[in-house]
Structure formats: C-alpha cells, structure tokens
Design a protein around this ligand. Sequence first.
Ligand code: ZN
Length: 378
Amino acid sequence: MAITYEFIKTCKQTGARLGKVHTPHGSFDTPAFMPVGTLATVKTMSPEELQEMNANIILSNTYHLWLRPGEDIIEEAGGLHKFMNWDGAILTDSGGFQVFSLSDLRQIEEEGVHFRNHISGEKLFLSPEKAMHIQNALGSDIMMAFDECPPYPAEYDYMKKSVERTSRWAERCLTAHKKPDKQGLFGIVQGGEYEELRRQSAEDLTSLDFPGYAIGGLSVGEPKDVMNRVLEFTTPMLPENKPRYLMGVGSPDSLIDGSIRGVDMFDCVLPTRIARNGTCMTSNGRLVVRNAKFARDFRPIDEKCDCYTCRNYSSAYIRHLVKNNETFGFRLTTYHNLYFLLKLMEHVRQAIREDRLGDFREEFFEQYGFNKPNAKNF
Ligand SMILES: [Zn+2]
C-alpha cells in the first residue's frame, strides 16, 4: 500500500495522537501541518527553503494545475515532484472544493459537475473519474476523492442527499484510480454539523477501506465551537490505524484544538496568504508589520523565533520592504509564518510525547492572546 500510518502513542492528558505517515516520498511526523503550494509552488519559497524548515509534505491544487499548465504537461515532465523539483511528499486535493467555491455558474449532476473556468469563462466538467485521471497524471503521494462540499449552513435534507452522492462518487473514485500501489487515495467524510450524517458518511467510506480519511466541510464559515463539536464526534467514527486529515484548517488555535480531538494532518493557505499582506504569526500573537509603530523597531518580528528571517532581519527593515511591495519582504514574512506553524506542530508533538498537550494549550493560548475577549482568529 502506498500510504501507511504508524501509531506511536496517545497523549494521556488530551487524547491527541502521535504518529508517522509513510509515503513513497518519505515519512512525516503527525500531527502535521502541510504548507500549500497551489500552482506547484509554495508562493515565494524554494523547495530547499521548505526542506530547511522541515516541511516534509506539501499540498498542491488539482483544479489550478488542471487549468494551468495542464496535467498532460506535468505528466510529460515526469510528474509533479520532478516538475517542481520537490523530493518530499505531495498531497493533491480533488478540485471539488475550488469548483464549489470559485465558480458560481455550476450544475451538479450524478455524473459530475458542470461549471465555468474562473479565469476564461470556458465551460468545463469535473467528475470522480476526471479528478482521478488528473491526480494520477500529477503523481501525488496522497490523492483526494472527488466530493461535494456544501456551504455552511446547509439544510439537513440537502446535506443528506449530498452525503449519499459523495459516497457514490467515492466508490467511483476507487474504481477509476489507476495507481493504488504508488498513490494513496483518501476518502472525505462530509455531513456538515449533523452527527447522524457524519456517521452515515464515515460508515459508507470506511466500508470502502481507504488508506486515510479526511474530514471535509469544516472551516467553511461555521463558528469554532461548531467545528470542535463536529470533530469531537467525527474522529471516533474513523479507524485508528489510518491517518485523519482536517482540510483547510491552519490557524494556530485550530491546529492545537484539532490535534486534541484526534486529527493527524492539516493544511491551510492562511500563513502564506497573510504573509503577503505583511501579517505575521508570532509567539505573542498576530503582528501587522506594516504598522507605523514598527518604523524604528530594530528587533526581529518574533524575539523567541530562530528562523532565518528572525535571526537576520528587523521589523523596521521588513516593514520598509513590505510597504514598497518588495518581493524579498514577502519572502521573509512567508518564511517566518511557515516556520512558526511547523515549529508549533513540533511543540504539539513533543507535548503529546510528554502527556501535557492540555497544559501546552493553556500556555500557548494565554501567550498568543486567544484567551482575551474579542481575540482575533489567528
Ligand atoms: Zn521567525
């Protein structure tokens, strides 16, 4: 099997899991955060820099690569790893989420989804078979099943129909997947905030025996307590010997709270996207380096951080670059934010090892400012 999960231990204080996922392109420790490289690049970072900060797996987007440059070109280049010169593991999504979030002209049928290209307006069609064909051509280590991701909130009846269709699509994905020995295909549990539907979805998918399972349909606008509640009842429905991936979640508080609820893998554009606005995650909370108060601040953006950015550059310098749209400024903030989250996950794993993730959460939330009233999300 292409993907296997090695369970190491559970944190006695919280129930979080420590483990390892083995892929054809190396292993990574879990719980893990995966940086997002939408168009076969984690924006502004080189693969060497990602390796340096211990990112062992990154995510790339099927929908975007299908449109540009096209999966045939990537296949001709020898696959996505070779095309982008990345030796580590790669996870690709199915394209479903982008079809549902980027395109407003779409029509969902049993066969698949008709929609318009968000760039050119051209008519396109994506189905379980097509999503498998593209991901097989890309050659990612972990592929995702094509699912429907309904918006939040969605009516129970709609969600039930959607969950049933997603299960039928998952079965078609398994049949269409041509390289199960080289690429692992994960199923995606949907069902919104409804426990009964999450159970139905989890039972349908686990009966198909995927090498891993994702929890989809969260972080789509619901309050954090809803997300935590859904995770609490959903993760126990999933097999213990397979990795669990919470899609689209990457704020520091949610990474910790998701780990506590038994999640092993996360991804999010948040750290890289906010970096390009000059916003940084630091051990003292969110920092907007553009602010005038940093004009003469010659300290690093995070004095507790030992990343390349913080070891070498001051807030004042980074502010100057970012305010003038200098590419190097965005490289520095991106490097720091990714390093910060990857380091956070190292701390989370260490805390699980020592059975003190609950204490770590308290300390981190206090220091970061999540315990303050009206605390920002990140
Ligand atoms: Zn730093």
